[in-house]
Ligand binder design. Sequence first.
Ligand SMILES: Cc1cc2nc3c(=O)[nH]c(=O)nc-3n(C[C@H](O)[C@H](O)[C@H](O)COP(=O)(O)OP(=O)(O)OC[C@H]3O[C@@H](n4cnc5c(N)ncnc54)[C@H](O)[C@@H]3O)c2cc1C
Ligand SMILES: Cc1cc2nc3c(=O)[nH]c(=O)nc-3n(C[C@H](O)[C@H](O)[C@H](O)COP(=O)(O)O)c2cc1C
Length: 557
Amino acid sequence: MLSEGKLRTLNDFIEKTSKEELIWINGYISGLISTSMPKDSGAVIQKRFTILYGTDTGNSKKLAMEFNAAGKKQGAKVKVASMDTYKAEDLLQEKSLVIILSTHGDGDPPPSAKKFFDHLMSADQKYPDLEFAVLALGDTSYPMYCKAGEDVHHRLIELGATAVFPIQKCDVDYQADAANWYDLYLKSFPTEPIKTVAVQAPKASGGKKFYAGIIKTNINLNAAGSNKRTHHIEIKTIEPILYEPGDALGVMPKNNEETLEKLFAILPVDPNLNIPYKGAGHTLMDLLTNKLNICHLKESQVQKYADIVGQAIPKVRMDLLDLMRIYPMTRPAQFIEFVHSLTEMLPRLYSICSSPQVREYEIHILVGKNTFTIEEEKRFGLASDMLSSLEEGSALDFYIHRNKSFRLPAPDTDIILIGPGTGIAPMRSFIEERDAAGGSGRNWLIFGEQHFTTDFFYQTEIQQYASSGTLQQIDLAWDQKEKIYVQDKIKAKSKELYDWIKNGAHIFVSGTRSPMSEDVEKAMIEVIYAHSGKSAPESEAYWNDLKESGIYKADVY
Ligand SMILES: Cc1cc2nc3c(=O)[nH]c(=O)nc-3n(C[C@H](O)[C@H](O)[C@H](O)COP(=O)(O)OP(=O)(O)OC[C@H]3O[C@@H](n4cnc5c(N)ncnc54)[C@H](O)[C@@H]3O)c2cc1C
Ligand SMILES: Cc1cc2nc3c(=O)[nH]c(=O)nc-3n(C[C@H](O)[C@H](O)[C@H](O)COP(=O)(O)O)c2cc1C
């Protein structure tokens, strides 16, 4: 029993505390009690829970595997499942669930988790017996920080499930925060006699390390007559760059100078005006140049603009400049109000195409200049246009985006590298690394583009790797002459490919997600079906095993 004074203090505290916080405190105190009380050998309840993860670049999966091992070490009965293959109806059977989910796109779940996510959002099934905890992975540079994890957390509460912990959001340096959270989660099971694990204060998520780069080389690899522009960009630094083959380089684009000039000319307000934004003062010019996205505004932002100017504007996406030209805004206060509806600029990623073994102070990327048409006017993607226009000697700050699930296997393991278009970028990094490191594993490259004569990126290097014995197999698909794609090459070499897979080869795919990587996966299932003696469903299950076990690795966009 508590004394009257303590009871009053407790009641005061409870009044000021939200339901979610109370649930968390409940779990936390149970954990403290279970680690500080003498163990009652008769009262052992086994921890039993499922870890369900949704991932794109592999971080959530890696954590799920680590949590699984750590949980089992503490005597818990843990099941691990990927949202990719998990049947949403099975949620009804779950009692305790740990969800590890990253956010991708523009606040979306990873594509592999989309089916499960959509089901949950649209389902009206209730889960009154389900207790859950969400670990959301994200990146604070994105405005929709950890949005997918948040959505799942709130939706499960709506569906009657109980959150045993408040949602834990983790930035790119997620390891320590995730481990601490999981320690607390394990401790929240009431009477299991677990070993004491030091509880550290959650580490504040630090920012990313930005490198100050200087453009050393910027060349278009497409020859005259090609439909494309694909720039090989070499960036040097004065300090060693810490990265591994498979990682990507991240840049924060600035808005296009020409667009800004036109925008400032019709702005109803002085661009040098200082306005408060997120707790700090910025000039409008700085915000519009460096911090805010002004391209391809969402329908909701366009409608907000329509409300402010008091005009009917169709429900479409538009660039800010087009919007202001067609529906002029005349009063300064209107624009200042609208600025707060603009979202932050998103970083762009580019697969690194060099190996740190070969170049410590230098990093290479391959950038396809993104081109699209609006009302017959040719336009370019923001970051790829900016990068492809950078002159030698100009500055480019960048960071390294780690991709732990896209890594070379041991040097004696064979690898099959499928990288059409700019998808060849990480493959070049892998080949450079293998060439430098040696090893008995064989290397097979499958590359595709439009024309042999104008679009064969890194042709000389690839031929040299073939003659030096670094590349044992090369297959090339040119889709303009006879409409041959990489998946056709896979099918054409199916027997050999299956032999490599049987021999333990790891398979890498990079480039466009849809349709390329989907077609590659279908072709792979056909290869297995043709040569393994397995039925069609067995072949698909075999392929899913290769995906699940990380033998097939995709870095697609
Ligand atoms: C892990 C990863 C690795 C990647 N690796 C590479 C790589 O090695 N090489 C590479 O080239 N790319 C790579 N990408 C893609 C790259 O990050 C960018 O997405 C790509 O360069 C396009 O960005 P952008 O800023 O040029 O285009 P954006 O400005 O973002 O435009 C993209 C698209 O949005 C639409 N759009 C934009 N504005 C408008 C408008 N006003 N009206 C209508 N539609 C519009 C168009 O469809 C356009 O094509 C990678 C992506 C990821 C996630
Ligand atoms: C293309 C892309 C888009 C992303 N979009 C977001 C986002 O909108 N919000 C966010 O919090 N994190 C975003 N992230 C960061 C990822 O969630 C983060 O890197 C996470 O650790 C990835 O986990 P995973 O490997 O399990 O997918 C994005 C990452 C990429 C590559």
